[in-house]
Design a protein around this ligand. Structure first.
Ligand SMILES: Cc1cc2nc3c(=O)[nH]c(=O)nc-3n(C[C@H](O)[C@H](O)[C@H](O)COP(=O)(O)OP(=O)(O)OC[C@H]3O[C@@H](n4cnc5c(N)ncnc54)[C@H](O)[C@@H]3O)c2cc1C
Length: 255
């Protein structure tokens, strides 16, 4: 209703299959792992601490391929339960010793299929007394795993604006001015590759085959790449931790 000219949902061709499987967490125990290329990859990370008896954590995984999107998304549902046989063949042979992808996929009790979709950013999230926030304002590709956290940031900034401007349209405008342009840029940035751009660089430089990653993409370059993404998404840890609270503890809007 606010933006009737906005084009329909945008699908770039990526299909994600998602599930959870008990497994031993990789490296730090909280590491986020991306394996493969920009158009064909697996992403995994633990979403529970390891069980003290078995050492197994719940591993959340996303197996993803990108296909031709010329005909648009024809599967109908946006969130569909699928069989292992529908997609596991894309990851045959992905057993690297430290990570056995086929057995991880087999270990899930259920798997859901999602197209990776977003919407073109809009110039404003506010119309008079109405404001959009969260996915309604800026649904984005999940390459930074940050859809929900951006929604929380919106709510904090909106609350802070109301503390400064009261519960008024001016507060909504201040919220819009503070976030809409930056987060719209982030939506478009996520449409690129987000943090997975690193996989693209490795692929481009050596076809994904290397003995020493330092020869392909040195640590300094990797860190600089990630720092740029984190700064754009507002996830730069030191900056974030050093910043004052968006809303001071105990703050209340005057009656
Ligand atoms: C599979 C999957 C994995 C994800 N993983 C992550 C992740 O790891 N990290 C992360 O940060 N984000 C993740 N996200 C994104 C995250 O879930 C969303 O960005 C977030 O839920 C957006 O919050 P929201 O409150 O804006 O919208 P929603 O959570 O969609 O809430 C909107 C609510 O409004 C309700 N509603 C709709 N219409 C009406 C109506 N007419 N009347 C009343 N109620 C209505 C809906 O039922 C819903 O409950 C993931 C998303 C998916 C689908």
């Amino acid at each position: 209703q606010m933006h009737p000219q906005q084009p329909p949902i945008q699908w770039g061709g990526a299909i994600m299959w998602r599930g959870t499987t008990p497994g031993v967490p990789v490296r730090s125990g909280a590491s986020f792992v991306g394996v493969g290329s920009l158009r064909h990859r697996v992403v995994l990370y633990p979403i529970s601490p390891p069980d003290p008896a078995t050492g197994l954590a719940t591993i959340n995984w996303i197996a993803e391929i990108t296909v031709d999107n010329a005909e648009g998304w024809t599967q109908g549902d946006w969130n569909r339960r699928v069989e292992l046989s529908d997609f596991a063949h894309h990851f045959e042979g992905w057993d690297f010793g430290w990570l056995d992808v086929p057995s991880m996929l087999r270990g899930a009790k259920e798997v859901f299929e999602y197209p990776m979709i977003d919407r073109d950013p809009v110039p404003t999230w506010v119309d008079g007394h109405v404001a959009l926030l969260g996915d309604a304002a800026h649904v984005m590709y999940p390459v930074g795993s940050n859809g929900a956290s951006q929604a929380i940031v919106d709510a904090r900034v909106l609350g802070a604006s109301m503390l400064s401007h009261g519960v008024t349209p001016a507060a909504l405008r201040a919220y819009d001015e503070r976030l809409c342009a930056d987060i719209s840029a982030l939506v478009l940035r996520n449409r690129g590759a987000g943090p997975f751009g690193l996989l693209g660089l490795v692929d481009e430089r050596c076809g994904g085959v290397f003995d020493d990653i330092e020869q392909v993409i040195p640590a300094v370059e990797r860190e600089a790449y990630m720092a740029r993404y984190k700064a754009a998404a507002g996830f730069a840890i030191e900056t974030l931790n050093a910043a004052p609270s968006t809303i001071a503890p105990g703050a209340r809007i005057a009656a």
